[in-house]
Ligand binder design. Structure first.
Ligand SMILES: [Zn+2]
Length: 86
């Protein structure tokens, strides 16, 4: 499995709960939901997206590979604008 190791290192340093060892962003589901989160300037988010943790990265990679293989129906298209050219 390919991961962005720099992101994994950052996630490991800052986003793992010491007691539970779960990702504090997604509880190891691979998805986070910031629907209705509001920025300091008042902008409201409407996103559900893949997490930066290894589970989220694996899910995003599976989606991108599924899209390349024409099997998108097996995977979630989250965030609205996932670009497989990235
Ligand atoms: Zn996570």
């Amino acid at each position: 499995m390919e991961y962005n190791e720099a992101v994994v290192d950052y996630w490991r340093d800052h986003y793992i709960d010491e007691k539970t060892k779960l990702c504090v962003l997604c509880a190891n589901t691979g998805l986070f939901n910031i629907t209705n989160a509001r920025s300091l300037s008042g902008i409201i988010s409407v996103r559900v997206d893949y997490c930066i943790c290894k589970t989220g990265q694996a899910m995003r990679n599976a989606y991108i590979k599924g899209r390349q293989l024409g099997k998108n129906h097996y995977y979630l298209n989250l965030g609205g604008e996932i670009d497989d050219k990235r």
